[in-house]
Design a protein around this ligand. Structure first.
Ligand SMILES: NC(=O)c1ccc[n+]([C@@H]2O[C@H](COP(=O)([O-])OP(=O)(O)OC[C@H]3O[C@@H](n4cnc5c(N)ncnc54)[C@H](O)[C@@H]3O)[C@@H](O)[C@H]2O)c1
Length: 703
């Protein structure tokens, strides 16, 4: 007897239950179980309806992703779903939790759907670079209007029960237990003499608007989902639902699915799916190390970062003590937090009472003694070494024994900060990204003496506040900013060689970066990087062109969006970036003055220079042991730096280009450009010449 799928009888109604913990994902055993049970029920007499529900906390929440690698073992989805749909008596899906992917496709193959009020229906396949492949693209628009089907599949966002009912996806929404409610619904159908309502026999809803809808969505994809294959394939599959009979439509869906599954886009997105799980595994840390309890967080500095970090904590229900040295700054910090929440209330994503609850969880204070009961204290004061040392000495004096002392520094040496305390084992880097309440990434920086359970606590804390925590070791810029440095260096240099900011940003955005680096500088403040470099001047290359544009703009007070002009101009209420011919002329003139060859780099050259410089630095980080895995770098970049997920992250991308090709290009740049910047990392060279890849190297390391 198959354990994943069983049935019981309630008089003339069969109740089929899928029970495959933790989330009832469909694998071979679930398909085989469904096949067995539905075949048996067909033969059985005295059955007037079938309810299909799930045990545990959710309806089927997807397909087993491992089958991508192994292939789908028989019985296949179509066979099983057809069997359900062909049932001679009505089949009612009883949906609770989240029906995702194959879950929604199973529900669509049922004749009716009863949803718990908290249930959601989603087809998020595009996030894995594929399209629904179990008939979802053909059945969904036969159940909900075509525009809803398009929005649901393109956004991947699950539809809540109430909206699903509005769209026709749920026939009833109920509170309480969903299976008994579905049984009651089934009884009504039986009484009414209603038979099966097979989705494949329905007409597509809203087909008359199909031409306009598809055109509009194709235009939207070209704009917002650049370089991606799966959304285009999705439209083609939905189009087949409109223009072709069901069975042919299924064939179109199948062919497109097969092509997508093997494409780089899907491989990249699957890579990230696994990489994001892998980041939590830290080799050398015993699995039984318990995290320290974190019941209250202290934050020092109520500025941009401190305020955002406070929001992350209280959003997760963790009370915060927020300390600043200046009353005015503390007040401003609290006011900003309130303003941010008010915006969420205005958008409807937060209830007014939740706003008050969250604010109440923050105790503002000017007194460091207020931090005495905090389990974790995060310092986010100005980026100044003397100040940070002073703060850590104070924290050492007031924090309770065992409290974790975190610093949000972006550039300073955490070992040296830890050394001013009597408890360096409790000190760790917690590098948030701005805006901290929004950005997904948290770099967890393990200093030389950081205790293992402090790292485990930081990872656990990241999870609690819904961040992706990635562990790094101490070095200048950790993982993210260190790799950003050569990437941006090349972008800046291109400006001195005769490229314009629009050309540089355009090339990077065309390639897929969420925002070109020059525009990023304008957004973050042109002076930020410049001031950090000024502090480290003695360590930087003796090259007058090195980051010269930021220096020139900072000297002029053209600091970016905050001053209305930087590399671009930001006029008007919208603050839209527009080219600034004065800046372009200034930088080109400077390039000539410095005798920099005016080569006017092409888009491809800009992309290769920026990205390969970044990848080369990533290889150095791997060699130096700053990062544990190439895939961790990919997580850092996709979660924190607007790197396109569909390219898998910089190291995965390098593998798709081929390390030999990347290496050869670096050697070409070495001859063509300033050789001091184009020294291939030894690891990159070794792997390139051996015909290997970062993925292969990583697999060998973990063996
Ligand atoms: N802004 C970013 O994009 C960003 C991103 C990542 C990390 N960081 C790092 O986060 C830290 C804070 O940056 P920020 O942008 O939030 O700075 P900020 O200038 O917005 O805020 C700093 C706050 O610290 C307070 N402060 C200064 N001295 C203090 C003291 N002795 N005791 C208590 N409070 C004191 C100030 O009053 C101010 O409110 C820096 O180390 C920075 O490098 C910033």
């Amino acid at each position: 007897m198959n354990k994943a799928v069983t049935y019981s009888m309630e008089n003339d109604i069969a109740i089929v239950m899928i029970d495959s913990p933790p989330v009832n994902a469909v694998d071979q055993s679930v398909r085989a179980g469904l096949k067995q049970v539905f075949t048996e029920l067909r033969e059985k007499s005295g059955i007037n309806a079938i309810v299909l529900g799930c045990a545990g906390k959710t309806f089927v929440a997807g397909a087993d992703i491992k089958e991508f690698n192994t292939g789908i073992a028989a019985p296949g989805y179509h066979e099983v779903l057809r069997l359900i749909e062909d049932s001679p008596v009505p089949v009612i899906a009883a949906v609770h939790g989240t029906a995702l992917g194959a879950g929604t496709e199973i529900a669509l193959a049922c004749h009716y759907r009863v949803a718990h009020e908290g249930a959601r229906f989603g087809l998020p396949e595009l996030s894995l670079g594929i399209i629904p492949g179990a008939g979802g693209t053909q059945r969904l628009p036969r159940v909900v209007p075509l525009d809803v089907a398009l929005d649901m599949t393109l956004s991947g966002k699950p539809l809540p029960a109430a909206k699903a009912a509005e769209a026709g996806l749920a026939d009833a929404v109920v509170g309480g237990e969903v299976v008994p409610a579905a049984v009651a619904f089934a009884r009504t159908l039986v009484t009414k003499g209603a038979g099966p309502r097979r989705t494949r026999e329905q007409a597509v809803k809203g087909a008359e608007q199909a031409t306009e809808l598809f055109a509009a969505k194709r235009a939207q994809i070209a704009k917002t989902m650049r370089n991606r294959q799966s959304p285009i394939a999705l439209i083609s599959a939905l189009e087949a639902a409109v223009t072709q009979p069901f069975d042919q439509g299924l064939q179109v869906e199948g062919k497109l699915s097969g092509q997508l599954e093997q494409a780089t886009e899907a491989k990249a997105l699957r890579h990230l799916f696994y990489a994001e799980r892998e980041v939590r595994k830290i080799p050398g840390l015993a699995a039984d190390i318990a995290p320290r309890p974190v019941a209250r967080v202290g934050i020092v500095g109520a500025g941009t970062m401190g305020g955002g970090i406070a929001m992350c904590c209280v959003n997760a229900g963790i009370p915060v003590t927020l300390v600043d040295a200046v009353q005015q700054n503390l007040d401003r910090g609290m006011a900003t937090i309130r303003k941010n929440y008010e915006r969420s209330v205005a958008r409807g994503s937060l209830q007014p009472e939740q706003l008050e609850e969250r604010i109440k969880l923050i105790i503002p204070s000017l007194d460091f003694a207020a931090l005495a009961d905090a389990d974790l204290i995060i310092e986010a004061v100005f980026e100044n070494f003397a100040l940070k040392k002073e703060i850590f000495a104070k924290l050492d004096a007031v924090a309770k024994p065992g409290a974790i002392l975190g610093t949000n520094t972006s550039t300073l040496d955490i070992d040296l900060i830890a050394a001013v305390t009597r408890r360096p084992q409790d000190v760790i880097g917690l590098h948030f990204f701005s805006p901290a309440n929004v950005m997904q990434l948290l770099e967890i920086v393990q200093a030389g003496k950081t205790a293992p359970d402090v790292v485990v606590t930081a990872l656990e804390f990241a999870k609690r506040i819904k961040k992706t925590g990635v562990v790094a070791k101490v070095c200048y810029g950790f993982i993210g900013n260190r790799m950003m440095d050569p990437y941006a260096r090349e972008a800046e240099h291109c400006l001195l060689e005769g490229a314009t900011p629009e050309q540089v940003d355009g090339a990077l955005e065309q390639w897929g970066m969420a925002m070109g680096i020059i525009a990023v500088f304008d957004m973050a403040g042109v002076d930020i990087g410049h001031l950090t470099r000024a502090e480290r001047k003695h360590l930087l290359p003796k090259d007058p062109g090195f980051y010269r544009p930021t220096a020139m703009l900072t000297e002029r007070g053209w600091l970016g969006q905050k001053t209305g002009r930087g590399y671009y101009r930001y006029d008007g209420a919208e603050r839209k970036r527009t080219p600034d011919p004065e800046v372009v002329a200034l930088l080109h003139e400077e390039g000539r003055r410095l005798n920099i060859e005016q080569r006017k780099p092409s888009a491809q050259e800009i992309q290769e220079r920026c990205l390969y410089a970044m990848i080369n630095e990533g290889a150095l980080l791997l060699e130096e042991g700053i990062t544990l895995r190439a895939s961790d770098i990919d997580v850092v970049y996709t979660a924190g730096y607007g790197f396109p997920r569909y390219r898998g992250g910089p190291m995965f991308y390098a593998d798709t280009v081929g390390l030999k090709a990347v290496y050869d290009k670096i050697i070409e740049f070495q001859k063509m450009l300033d050789p001091q910047y184009w020294q291939p990392a030894p690891l990159l060279k070794k792997l390139a010449l051996a015909g290997s890849s970062f993925a292969q190297w990583q697999a060998e390391q973990s063996r």
